[in-house]
Design a protein around this ligand. Sequence first.
Ligand code: BG6
Ligand code: MG
Length: 214
Amino acid sequence: NIEAIIFDLDGVIVDTAKYHFLAWQRLARELDIEFTIEDNERLKGVSRMRSLEIILEIGNKTLDEKEKEDLAFKKNEWYKEYIANMDESEILEGAKEFIELLRENNIKVVLGSASKNAKTILEKLNLIDCFHAIIDGTCVTKAKPDPQVFLQGAEAVGIDPINCIVFEDAEAGIEAAKRAGMVAIGVGEADTLKDAHIQIKGLYEMNMERLMSL
Ligand code: BG6
Ligand code: MG
């Protein structure tokens, strides 16, 4: 039985990767680190601090905790500037329609995101009221690929993990979903999604028939 659908946010409902990239690249420039759009792929689904550590690794730099905190804070201030004017037009194709369809069919709609900005973004997209539960980066202690975020999501709506399906665009998220004992659907074109149970290009491909066939 499919009783709950858990959505990742970034890359599944909205394409924020471009804004994350702008902010990380600005920080990397300040640190004299060359950080490319290809490198940015490695940051998808990864927590803010871990993302910074990956960039520092690329640049062969080591900093202490306080310095890292300050840099992560600065990046986030820039990121918030870049997403300040975000609105419903940035919702990825089919996402809103699919969420509405799920609600009409009495399926719980849950967010499972690593981002601490998730609620702000959902508000901007006018989607916040569509979710029965929101688990984001402020709720968890262990980042994806740990299954915590998805298990908490299932628990929040009182559904057994076995009856949950996860939509994810990142490798770490696919692993997290599988470790949670859930069906993992990879969203996007990346070949890093080959570990997903099923892969789709976008939520516009989804309908009830396809969902029930999973
Ligand atoms: C994930 C993104 O959803 O959230 C990552 O894919 C991002 O790129 C992570 O680093 C944390 O986001 P935030 O908004 O808390 O910095
Ligand atoms: Mg994502």
